[in-house]
Design a protein around this ligand. Structure first.
Ligand SMILES: *Cc1c(COP(=O)(O)O)cnc(C)c1O
Length: 226
């Protein structure tokens, strides 16, 4: 379904409202950033949301993201990379993005740090954790997080902001909360000045906010089905 500009802008207002209500209902003290996940959505839809004040956009595929960045170069947007990262893509990611949420190995972090251009600020990074322990999911083992965080924290051109996870889907609110609580506790156990918990998507953003999310990554609920 292709949405009109007015429909997109009203969905944006609805999601912002949903975030505000969730914060109130759960007495959340943290602020919550909305990352608009625009993968497989047209540039016109991104432009419509940008016009309504949305500035952070998340993309999962480098080739597609590059085309959109070129088409929208006139807008001051903040691009976040949230997809799986192959080694041969790190240079372009280090050059073209402000944030990367999907780092789960030291080698990738080292390459991003080496390849981050000197004239740009440090690359903001979240370490992706396989919090539900799913065999097929990306993300590092929770048991490996402390060591990885220490190693990544020492890299000069990166700024490690916190942890990210995509839990196994669950329907019940209380079930949805559990992996988010586990990620929050894991982050609290770490040493470092972390200010970001990247968790929550279209179907579980309220549970994520209840457990301390500072950044929700919303695709379908904003743009419609992909
Ligand atoms: C696609 C994607 C999202 C958005 O998912 P929706 O369910 O459409 O909101 C969030 N995070 C990541 C990492 C994604 O790949």
């Amino acid at each position: 379904m292709l949405m009109t500009k007015a429909q997109l802008q009203s969905r944006l207002a609805q999601i912002q409202q949903q975030i505000a209500c969730a914060r109130q209902r759960h007495e959340a003290t943290q602020s919550v950033i909305l990352l608009a996940v625009s993968k497989r959505q047209p540039v016109e839809a991104i432009a419509a949301l940008a016009e309504a004040g949305q500035c952070a956009f998340g993309e999962s595929y480098l080739q597609e993201a590059t085309e959109k960045q070129q088409a929208l170069a006139g807008l001051a947007l903040e691009w976040h990379f949230i997809g799986p990262i192959q080694s041969n893509k790190t240079r372009a990611i280090a050059e073209q993005f402000s944030w990367v949420h999907s780092v789960d190995r030291l080698k990738i972090a080292e390459r991003l740090s080496e390849q981050r251009p000197a004239d740009l600020p440090p690359l903001n990074l979240c370490l992706q954790v396989n919090i539900s322990g799913e065999a097929t999911k990306s993300g590092c083992d929770p048991a490996a997080v402390a060591e990885l965080v220490a190693a990544i924290g020492a890299l000069p051109r990166l700024r490690l902001r916190g942890l990210m996870a995509i839990p196994a889907p669950a329907l019940e609110f209380e079930q949805q909360r559990q992996p988010f609580a586990a990620l929050r506790q894991l982050q609290q156990s770490l040493v470092g000045p972390f200010d970001t918990l990247s968790m929550g998507m279209s179907d579980d953003l309220e549970a994520a906010i209840a457990e301390g999310s500072t950044l929700v990554r919303v695709g379908t609920a904003l743009f419609g089905a992909r």
